[in-house]
Write a protein that binds this ligand. Structure first.
Ligand code: FES
Length: 141
C-alpha cells in the first residue's frame, strides 16, 4: 500500500474560513422586567472585579443570585444563592455564612453545604473563572 499519486493535485482556493466559534456571549443581565421568581443565571454572567473576593472570603452578588468564595490558595468557587429549601433568594452573607431570610437556613459559602435547617440540600454549584480581571460565573463559564 503506497500513498496516493499526486498527479491530480487540486489547488483549492478558499477564503480562510477559520472563524473562531463565538466565545461566550457574556450576558450583562441588565434586562428583565424586575421582580418575579429569583433565578440562578442560565448563561455566564460577569459579576464584578476579581479583587472583590479576598482569600478566605466570599461575596454575595444578589442581582445575579450567585455567591463566590475564594480559598486560601486563591481558587474560586461559585454557588447559586437561591435557597434549596423553598427557593428564596438569599440576601445576607456574614463572613462566609449565607443566611436565608425566609426560614433561617444557613449555608457555608465556600462549600455550599447546609449549616442550619430547614434546608437539607446543598446549594447548587456553578462554574466560575477569572477573565480579564473579572469574575465570570454561570453554567459553562
Ligand atoms: S426558603 Fe430558605 S429557609 Fe426556607
Amino acid at each position: 500500500m503506497s500513498g496516493r499519486p499526486s498527479a491530480s493535485r487540486r489547488t483549492v482556493l478558499r477564503g480562510a474560513a477559520l472563524t473562531p466559534v463565538a466565545g461566550l456571549g457574556l450576558a450583562a443581565c441588565s434586562g428583565g422586567s424586575g421582580g418575579g421568581t429569583p433565578a440562578t443565571p442560565t448563561a455566564p454572567v460577569v459579576l464584578g472585579a476579581d479583587s472583590e473576593v479576598a482569600k478566605g472570603g466570599a461575596q454575595l452578588y444578589q442581582d445575579q443570585n450567585v455567591v463566590v468564595s475564594r480559598a486560601e490558595n486563591g481558587s474560586l468557587k461559585a454557588f447559586s444563592s437561591i435557597c434549596t429549601h423553598a427557593g428564596c433568594a438569599i440576601n445576607k452573607l456574614e463572613g462566609t455564612t449565607l443566611v436565608c431570610p425566609c426560614h433561617g437556613s444557613e449555608f457555608e459559602a465556600s462549600t455550599g453545604k447546609v449549616l442550619r435547617a430547614p434546608a437539607t440540600v446543598p446549594l447548587h454549584e456553578l462554574s466560575v473563572e477569572e477573565r480579564n480581571g473579572k469574575i465570570v460565573a454561570g453554567p459553562g463559564a
